[in-house]
Design a protein around this ligand. Structure first.
Ligand code: ZN
Length: 249
């Protein structure tokens, strides 16, 4: 049997030496793999914690809220309504819908001017509780499932049109869906929507989800959804073509 002398003066067979070498190599590979795995996990954790993405995401991050710039809060699919957001004081409209009382005077003024221009606007949806938002989403998912989509696919499709509870501006009381009174399709509201696109900024409202900005707003184009941001911001955004996400950055 072949033998060799080791550094510490012990005599080992070649087979023993080879085994020891193999064990050392295995140990090194394990350490490298362990470090790599830890790095990947740390990266995913940071991505979830700070960007709200991946397996460690705690759901959407909380939107930044400051009472002094309340009308500029950015709530979307990536930024949910923060835990410290105060429940809005509501003003009830004649058709039963409600809005944050702070936007009511400007909304009323806008509607007066629309009616004076021969239009027939109606707020078809305004403030929603989180429970109502959840119900809307569940109904939409149910609809897609009825059309044959799997639960997962139905949820994906529904979320393109109805926001997850906690991420809808309607839960702020600062957003209104405006259509022609009695409209059954968007075609019926063309005149109202055109007037709003041209003039809503004068009253502090913006078309919140414009065409071609879905990657910024997270929402498909909606000709009926208007958001109150205040006169100064609405004017600036109307002139620059910026979305709320871009303006409030
Ligand atoms: Zn809406």
């Amino acid at each position: 049997m072949e033998r060799m002398m080791t550094g510490d003066g012990r005599v080992r067979t070649f087979a023993e030496c080879r085994n020891r070498r193999n064990r050392r190599t295995l140990l090194r590979v394990s350490v490298v793999l362990g470090v790599l795995l830890a790095a990947i996990l740390a990266l995913l954790f940071c991505l979830g914690r700070f960007a709200g993405r991946g397996p460690f995401a705690p759901g959407a991050a909380q939107a930044k809220y400051s009472p002094s710039s309340w009308s500029l809060i950015v709530v979307n699919r990536w930024n949910r309504i923060p835990d410290d957001y105060p429940a809005p004081k509501l003003t009830r409209l004649s058709n039963g819908e409600s809005v944050d009382s702070r936007i009511y005077p400007d909304l009323q003024r806008m509607f007066d001017d629309m009616r004076a221009a021969g239009l027939h606007p109606e707020v078809t949806s305004a403030y929603r509780t989180e429970a109502v938002q959840r119900q809307l989403l569940d109904e939409k998912i149910f609809l897609y499932q009825n059309e044959g989509a799997s639960k997962e696919e139905a949820r994906r499709q529904a979320s393109q049109w109805v926001a997850e509870p906690g991420t809808s501006e309607h839960e702020l009381g600062l957003a209104v869906d405006i259509n022609a009174s009695g409209a059954t399709s968007t075609k019926d509201s063309v005149n109202e929507h055109q007037w709003l696109a041209d003039n809503a900024w004068r009253y502090g409202f913006i078309l919140r989800y414009p065409r071609g900005k879905t990657d910024v707003t997270g929402n498909a184009y909606e000709s009926w959804h208007y958001r109150y941001v205040g006169a100064e911001a609405a004017k600036a955004m109307h002139e620059s073509g910026q979305t709320l996400e871009e303006y409030a950055k």
